[in-house]
Design a protein around this ligand. Structure first.
Ligand SMILES: *Cc1c(COP(=O)(O)O)cnc(C)c1O
Length: 387
């Protein structure tokens, strides 16, 4: 018998999730109905934001954020290079230029230092937005980043798909990722590996009424209905997109959101179990460092492995783990190394990102894992590294 493979992440869909979707399928609205608003309201309340705007996916959320801010061609948007492609690509969708920030080699996060360095490389361009990523689920230092961004004339847009449920403490203030106290907007994704899943799905949160209005308009073709107009009338001041999230998926999102406390508790418990079983594997294997202000609901269990000292390549470790039923992933290949960005901006020397990329590996982490699975992963890793 072969051991079943533990993926690095996966969704948890239960009978009541399926029932919620089925009920919507039997109803009047497959899309543009009342479940969209219900999901948005519940989400806004959950993260403590004034507005939440649902959209097609996390990439659409980022694109809408750039459009809502009216970022113009040739302006600068700063993104960390350790992230998914979409964080940088959204700037290009509106013609802006990406300035890649380095990351701290031990947390993988954009820091005040790496943002300051990136601000030195604007090349005379007007800064519009800084897009920090709460990589793995650990929060970036929002107040410090917001201060730097504002001083340079830009705003923060948090790319937060990894950090639904994460809380932070800055000074005496307890805050939550998505409450947008320090940023203009935060974006989320409900891709199956993220903390709650709708298959495809995204959300933007904001406390700014005007931005919320723009996000809603741009999500539906840029159409507005002036007050007092005929029932068929609409106007389009500027073209938008069809980036709507259908009621069918909002029903799934609403059902999943109710489980966030349970999913979060499970992720926290699994992370604590990993800390215990991986401790003996130090210093060859270390869990990515947790910043002092961050109390994360981890999306990814990123470990940093000294492959050179272990005398094994990452590929050898990945393959040997797979043979033992342990799936892994690398988060992420530095985006500035992609052929498109290399061609556009040339070679960049981002040493923190290279040090992170050389060592990182994401181990399985999702609510459906059994307690024994964590021990199984650690034992496999120990064996594969010859420890
Ligand atoms: C998942 C993810 C996205 C994109 O979300 P999609 O819903 O897949 O479009 C963007 N940024 C980060 C950091 C992500 O993890």
């Amino acid at each position: 018998m072969t051991t079943p493979l533990l993926p690095y992440g996966r969704q948890t869909i239960e009978d009541d999730d399926i029932a919620a979707v089925a009920e919507t399928l039997r109803g009047d609205f497959l899309t543009t109905g009342p479940t969209v608003e219900a999901f948005e309201r519940a989400f806004a309340e959950t993260v403590g934001a004034r507005h939440a705007v649902a959209c097609a996916n996390g990439t659409a959320a980022l694109h809408l954020a750039m459009l809502a801010l009216d970022v113009q061609p040739g302006e600068a948007v700063i993104a960390p290079t350790i992230t998914f492609l979409a964080t940088a690509n959204c700037a290009r969708y509106v013609g802006a230029e990406v300035v890649f920030a380095d990351v701290d080699p031990d947390t993988g996060l954009m820091s005040a230092q790496t943002l300051s360095d990136a601000l030195q490389r604007l090349d005379g361009r007007r800064l519009r937005a800084v897009l920090p990523v709460h990589l793995r689920g650990d929060a970036v230092e929002l107040p410090a980043l917001a201060e730097l961004a504002q001083a340079a004339g830009g705003v923060l847009v948090e790319d937060a798909p990894h950090a639904l449920g994460t809380t932070m403490r800055f000074g005496n203030l307890s805050e939550q990722v998505g409450d947008v106290h320090h940023s203009a907007m935060a974006t989320f994704s409900f891709h199956p590996v993220k903390t709650i899943a709708t298959g495809e799905g995204g959300m933007v949160t904001t406390n700014d009424d005007r931005l919320a209005q723009r996000l809603r308009t741009l999500r539906t073709h840029g159409m507005v209905r002036p007050e007092g107009c005929e029932p068929w009338w609409y106007e389009m001041p500027e073209p938008g997109f069809n980036y709507r999230l259908p009621d069918v998926l909002c029903a799934l999102g609403l059902s999943q959101l109710k489980k966030l406390p349970r999913f979060a508790a499970r992720r926290r418990a699994l992370a604590a179990a990993y800390r215990e079983v991986l401790a003996p594997l130090a210093p060859l294997v270390r869990i990515a460092a947790q910043p002092a202000w961050s109390d994360p609901v981890l999306h990814l269990m990123c470990v940093l492995i000294d492959f050179e000292a272990a005398g094994r390549t990452r590929l050898q470790v990945v393959e040997a783990l797979r043979e033992r039923g342990v799936g892994t992933q690398v988060h992420y290949i530095p985006v500035h190394r992609q052929p498109y960005y290399r061609e556009r901006y040339g070679e960049l020397d981002l040493a923190g990102a290279e040090a992170w990329y050389a060592r990182c590996l994401s181990l399985p982490l999702y609510p459906g894992m059994a307690d024994e699975d964590v021990g199984r992963v650690a034992a496999a890793l120990q064996e594969v590294l010859g420890l």
